[in-house]
Design a protein around this ligand. Structure first.
Ligand code: AMP
Length: 428
């Protein structure tokens, strides 16, 4: 299918062409016609599938097809996102795709001064992208009038739920006109999200991305059994090898992230951290350093990493295994974009064995065990074999769950630079 077949205006097609997209992604093919027709949509898709354009393009088209009447610029579309990074990325997408529409947008989020945000709001915007907290703040101060909103987009609804934003969202929704178009996107559709959707959406069309080749399948995943106290040395050793060119490393705590950055720096491995305790400008600096290659390692907590769209991550390292198995899938989805093969290393300490077992149950796949590394923990490794679920090391049937990210797309991503592994791998 071609973009030309989606009935998008020339102004939007021009912007899409400038991005070099060959064809619409599956979520775009499915969602764009419904959104253009004014329908409510419940979209099950994860970051990396092209979901932002799936809502931004048709919303831009609807707004430009019915221009504002009296010269004023009321807010006509509102997009809510759970994190500052995701909000910024959505804002960038509206800017890129809307470049030839004459529509204006702005992005508001917390953690930074509000002056430039209120200035933009006072000047008038057609599209507002916001995180819930700052939006409510500015609504209470009288800077935001949502009474003319025609389209409401809730992105990463499952994450909103995890982060406790649902009461805030309900408050925002009360300020919206009852007659509006609503689009809700979520990587997973657990009952709590379906509940939320039931209250927000009117006779929605449900679209989800067919998991034809899940990210999980395309990523080389391995596990290192290692004592907690040896994890830093193991990471340093792995980084000294050639294969890790750009690694996203996950730790459980903010404190752990900072400590790791210090230790990597001591070993002359440039690293930066991104987590919730950092100011917005520090987070942006860290991300920019990583993107331009000045930092080879970006250490992140789960919440900070969500929605990040970073090109060419060669490796994801689970320095700490995630407590919630689904986070594992979200984490490793940061590598292997655009059909590139990626690699995910998981460090499993003695006390983390049950977490590994639940990850393997979720993805219905055993991770390959790397056993000949210098920091191997015998007790973590041997006892683990008995707690790990009985699953074939390589599944003959790929894991098929709506929580697993599907085919992922990127505009200009290269293959990960190398899939060479520093140590011999044994199948578990
Ligand atoms: P998203 O899922 O919206 O975060 O998009 C992930 C990446 O896919 C972004 O870098 C987009 O620029 C890119 N993208 C979106 N639509 C397409 C498309 N039709 N073809 C290729 N890349 C795309």
């Amino acid at each position: 299918m071609l973009f030309d077949e989606l009935n998008l205006h020339a102004a939007l097609l021009k912007a899409v062409r400038a991005q070099g997209y060959a064809s619409p992604t599956p979520i775009q093919q499915k969602a764009i016609p419904y959104v253009l027709a004014g329908r409510d949509v419940l979209g099950c898709a994860q970051t990396g599938t092209g979901k932002t354009a799936a809502f931004a393009l048709p919303i831009l088209q609807r707004l430009s097809a019915a221009p504002r009447r009296d010269g004023r610029r009321p807010i006509r579309a509102l997009a809510l996102a759970p994190t500052r990074e995701l909000a910024s990325q959505i804002g960038e997408s509206f800017a890129v795709y809307g470049a030839h529409t004459g529509l204006r947008h702005t992005v508001i989020f917390g953690g930074v001064g509000q002056a430039s945000q209120t200035r933009a709001l006072t000047r008038g915007v057609d599209i507002l992208v916001a995180t819930p907290g700052r939006l409510l703040d500015l609504m209470n101060q009288g800077y935001v009038d949502l009474s003319r909103v025609e389209a409401f987009i809730l992105d990463e609804a499952d994450r909103m739920l995890d982060m406790g934003f649902i009461p805030d969202i309900r408050r925002v929704v009360r300020a919206l006109p009852a007659k509006r178009q609503t689009l809700l996107f979520s990587a997973t559709l657990p009952p709590s999200i379906l509940d939320l959707a039931g209250g927000l959406l009117d006779k929605p069309e449900t679209v989800s991305v067919a998991p034809s080749a899940t990210t999980v399948e395309r990523i080389a995943q391995s596990v290192y059994f290692v004592e907690q106290s040896d994890k830093i040395d193991l990471l340093v050793r792995l980084c000294e090898g050639q294969s890790i060119t750009r690694a996203l490393v996950f730790t459980r705590t903010k404190h752990g992230a900072d400590k790791l950055v210090r230790k990597l720096a001591e070993a002359s491995i440039p690293a930066a951290a991104i987590h919730g305790n950092k100011s917005q400008s520090r987070r942006e600096q860290a991300l920019a350093a990583f993107k331009r290659g000045a930092a080879r390692v970006l250490v992140a907590t789960d919440i900070a990493s969500r929605g990040l769209d970073i090109d060419e991550v060669s490796h994801v390292v689970n320095f700490d295994l995630p407590v919630d198995a689904e986070s594992y899938v979200h984490r490793i989805g940061r590598t292997a974009r655009a059909g590139a093969s990626g690699a995910a290393f998981s460090f499993c300490g003695y006390s983390e064995r049950p977490l590994l077992a639940s990850i393997e149950r979720l993805i219905r796949q055993r991770l390959d065990v790397v056993s000949d590394h210098p920091f191997r923990s015998g007790r973590a490794a041997s006892e683990n074999q008995s707690t790990r679920p009985a699953i074939a090391a390589k599944p003959s049937q790929p894991a098929r769950r709506n929580s697993a990210p599907s085919v992922v797309y990127g505009s200009h991503r290269g293959r990960s630079s190398s899939s060479r592994r520093p140590f011999r791998r044994d199948a578990a």
